[in-house]
Design a binder for this molecule. Structure first.
Ligand code: PEP
Ligand code: MN
Length: 363
């Protein structure tokens, strides 16, 4: 439920209500907007708490949260959440960060080349899979620990924060040591032990929508991460299975405004997996920004024809650079901004970070 405080209530009133809630066994979350202070409370003993809180002078209303997801809901947190992905990059505000790079880390030269090229073109974060969830067990499965080492190297040498997928709860700690954002892929959206583990890591999590997941199922998956006290969740629409075969998946851009209505979490779009065809990536990336996406994930390979996975949907660095130029103009028109890539910084793992913009959830 959410407790709406009366305008003008003091810090003492707010702390008092929070203490009462905690003593009743509720987990609390304070949301102080410009006009309103709202306290979210998750727990069991609803009726009892309702009765005692509504009697307080400083409480205006007590509203139950109707959705099955609580922490992920807009009612719980009416303002959009800003998620800090490291180096001052923030998802969910005016900025539209772009995550770009190859589907998979294939080797040192390939990844460093890709990292330099996407950075020169304006990418904000670098991506690359070290653990690849492939439909066929005979397909390239990724370089695993060697891939993580290469990602760390690229992060240090090129200075972009790194996003990479983790497939197994056992590997969360290891992957977290090498990357800035943990990706949970579409196939694992309902891998509940994995969701709990990435939640416990406290790292920013990019949670992709499942291949056949409804928006509410996706938000319930996010709830598992939030439930562990980790509010650094970025949702990613990447297309869903429909009867259409002209594209690899059907990119559900209407999910962007729907998620924004139902949740405070930032939502980004992946037009690469969403369409499966590189020619369709630029128009759908532009459409995603027009629909209000808080970021983009785009596969870029130095030589898509030689890619070990997802070459058909990967942009060349030149095509990616042209797209970023377009996106900058579009973002400006919408009062938003594609952030410039960060300068090279020292070792990213545990290294110095720029402070996140105000209000960005740091951890
Ligand atoms: C990926 O990002 O490379 C990936 C495997 O994505 P998805 O989980 O959306 O298929
Ligand atoms: Mn891919």
């Amino acid at each position: 439920m959410v407790i709406v405080m009366r305008p003008g209530s003091t810090q003492e009133d707010i702390q008092g209500v929070m203490a009462t809630l905690r003593s009743l066994g509720f987990m609390t979350h304070l949301s102080q907007g410009v006009e309103r202070t709202i306290i979210g409370a998750i727990g069991e003993k609803r009726d009892l708490a309702l009765a005692s809180l509504e009697a307080l002078e400083c409480v205006e209303r007590v509203i139950p949260i109707v959705q099955p997801y609580k922490l992920a809901s807009r009612e719980f947190h009416p303002e959009p959440s800003l998620v800090n992905a490291g180096q001052g990059i923030c998802f969910g505000g005016a900025q539209i960060p772009i995550i770009a790079g190859p589907c998979a880390v294939e080797g040192e030269e390939q990844l460093l080349q890709a990292a330099r090229m996407v950075k020169a073109a304006g990418a904000t974060l670098l991506r690359g899979g070290a653990y690849k969830p492939r439909t066929s067990p005979y397909s390239f499965q990724g370089l695993h620990e060697e891939g993580l080492r290469i990602l760390s190297l690229a992060r240090t040498e090129v200075g972009l924060p790194v996003v990479s997928e983790v497939l197994n709860p056992r590997d969360v700690e290891l992957v977290a040591r090498h990357v800035d954002v943990l990706q949970v892929g579409a196939r694992n959206m309902q891998n509940f032990p994995l969701l709990r583990e990435v939640g416990r890591s406290g790292m920013p999590v990019l949670l992709k929508r499942g291949l056949a997941a409804t928006i509410d199922e996706w938000l319930m998956a996010a709830e598992y991460i939030l439930r562990e006290g980790n509010f650094r969740v970025i949702l990613c629409e990447r297309g869903i299975r429909t009867y259409e075969t002209a594209t690899r998946n059907t990119l559900d851009l209407s999910a962007v405004p729907v998620v924004k209505e139902r949740s405070h979490l930032p939502v980004i779009v992946d037009p690469s997996h969403g369409t499966g065809k590189w020619r369709l990536v630029p128009p759908m990336a532009r459409a995603a920004v027009a629909a209000g996406a808080d970021g983009l994930l785009i596969e870029v390979h130095p030589q898509p024809a030689l890619a070990l996975s997802d070459g058909a949907q990967s942009l060349t660095p030149a095509n990616f650079a042209a797209l970023v130029r377009d996106l900058r103009r579009l973002a400006n028109l919408l009062g938003r901004e594609i952030p410039e890539p960060a300068g090279a910084t020292g070792p990213a793992a545990g290294g110095e970070r720029e402070p996140a913009p105000g209000g960005c959830v740091a951890g």
